[in-house]
Design a protein around this ligand. Structure first.
Ligand SMILES: O=C(O)COP(=O)(O)O
Ligand SMILES: [Mg+2]
Length: 223
């Protein structure tokens, strides 16, 4: 039985061989998928939009961990990045930066949160976030300094509504703690084999394959 999909990008559609980039083997099955495909990512909005366009999918996107949502021509931006900016200013005062160098393509188009490189020391980052009422989410690709009230799961509820579907009709695939809220809202959830503990524990199933091999396994199973 086929179902609408909600898919994470990093760690989930990425190449299983450890080389950077998305596995092109996912492009055709996603383009041909008979139900809506929603891309739900911690990345800034232009990245999943570009991915959708290059694959040939209608843009149905949850970006910035739920901060930015777009589907069926409707755009929602939940909150602003001011609090995260203030936390980062405090971090800089303590002698650290975000670790991306200049230009910072990770945060350039980001509207509701800020992402730090994983080589930024975690303790001061968590300290400044907490001082501003924010949380730090570790996706395995970046630390996201964000509003704890916002998550990909809320984005899925919003997109499902725009698509006139039940959130529980979706099958979710993801790899990390920022996918837990998606797994809670979707009807069925799969963590890929490389997933972190939070995602594995929240998921209904764990795939045998890692990264895109795991995601493709899910498509095979529910097709
Ligand atoms: O941007 C990140 O840190 C991770 O992105 P993802 O949610 O697509 O895995
Ligand atoms: Mg991920």
């Amino acid at each position: 039985m086929t179902a609408p999909l909600v898919l994470d990008i990093d760690g989930t559609l990425t190449r299983a061989d450890g080389e950077p980039g998305i596995d092109p083997a996912v492009f055709e099955p996603l383009r041909e998928w008979p139900e809506p495909v929603v891309i739900a990512t911690g990345k800034a909005f232009p990245f999943p939009v570009a991915l959708s366009q290059f694959v040939g999918l209608p843009e149905r996107v949850i970006a910035e961990n739920g901060g930015v949502v777009y589907a069926e021509g409707e755009m929602t931006v939940v909150g602003a990045r001011d609090d995260a900016e203030a936390a980062v200013a405090d971090l800089r005062e303590r002698g650290y930066d975000l670790g991306w160098g200049e230009p910072d393509l990770v945060n350039r188009w980001r509207e509701t949160e800020i992402a730090a490189n994983l080589d930024v020391p975690e303790a001061p980052l968590r300290a400044v976030a907490a001082e501003h009422g924010l949380e730090v989410v570790d996706t395995g690709y970046a630390y996201h300094v964000k509003d704890p009230e916002i998550g990909k799961g809320d984005g899925l509820i919003a997109v499902a509504d725009l698509l006139d579907r039940e959130p529980s009709s979706f099958v979710a695939v993801g790899d990390s703690e920022n996918d837990v809220s998606t797994f809670e809202v979707a009807g069925e959830s799969y963590a890929v084999a490389n997933a972190d503990d939070a995602a594995r524990e929240a998921a209904d199933h764990v795939t045998d394959g890692v990264h895109a091999a795991g995601a493709l396994e899910v498509l095979e199973q529910i097709r």
